[in-house]
Design a protein. Structure first.
Length: 84
């Protein structure tokens, strides 16, 4: 069962890194929300590997929703003016 939690953790980590790199191409995003997502993913993976399956699922879901929220934020228009 631990392999599933490791797989979900890797997927969320790669997705978080991709969203951060995507956003940093046009602006300087704050790092803290991304660290919270990665930290939650790490905690969920450890909890799932130690038998707290339901807690791990809830934490993975929360980290996933936070990542979707970060990805759906509008881009800063002022940053585009400075990069042009």
């Amino acid at each position: 069962m631990g392999a599933y939690f490791n797989f979900f953790a890797i997927v969320l980590f790669v997705a978080t890194a991709a969203v951060y790199v995507w956003r940093s191409r046009t602006e300087r995003p704050r790092i803290m929300p991304y660290l919270v997502t990665v930290g939650g993913t790490l905690i969920a993976m450890i909890a799932g590997n130690n038998g707290a399956f339901y807690s791990a699922i809830v934490i993975f879901a929360a980290a996933g929703f936070l990542l979707v929220h970060q990805a759906s934020q509008p881009f800063d228009e002022q940053a585009d003016d400075h990069n042009a």
